[in-house]
Design a protein around this ligand. Sequence first.
Ligand SMILES: Cc1cc2nc3c(=O)[nH]c(=O)nc-3n(C[C@H](O)[C@H](O)[C@H](O)COP(=O)(O)O)c2cc1C
Length: 151
Amino acid sequence: MSKFATGVTVVTSVDDEGVPHSMTANSFTSVCLDPPTVLVCVAHGTHTHGYLEHRGGFGVNILFEDQEDLGAYFAKRPEDRTGSVEYNYTMTETGIPILDQSMVFMGCTVVGAHVYGDHTVYFGEVQELQQHDDGSPLMFYQSRWYHPNAG
Ligand SMILES: Cc1cc2nc3c(=O)[nH]c(=O)nc-3n(C[C@H](O)[C@H](O)[C@H](O)COP(=O)(O)O)c2cc1C
């Protein structure tokens, strides 16, 4: 899989107290356009899996190439997240956290879940879309961050 270059997303959810939570994910893909549906594969060992099991929605935030620090930060378990990374959330009307300043935000309602092995594939119907067009995406390739404009 390391030979497959991807973009990088942050999947947002809320914990059992309603506090926003984020996890870096690159298993995100489009499923279909009608209705607009995406999917993300979430490992059972993550906090995010627990939160998506209890809540009916999640957010997908596509990162800009200058947001590597956020991608790396949210790839750690919360207890290992150290350092001064700055970020803010705005909540949608349905209670999904938007990671401010990401390239694209998709607010999704969970419309299906398929357990296979140690992951669950969550299907999300996109209910809300926000986009900032001025920049290039962060990428992940051969287990490293990749910046398309850095050559
Ligand atoms: C580039 C990258 C992509 C990742 N993609 C996924 C993914 O698609 N699904 C997943 O479950 N974990 C993925 N991870 C690992 C999670 O980000 C990591 O396990 C994180 O600590 C989970 O956070 P949580 O337990 O707070 O939810 C990825 C990590 C990196 C660095």
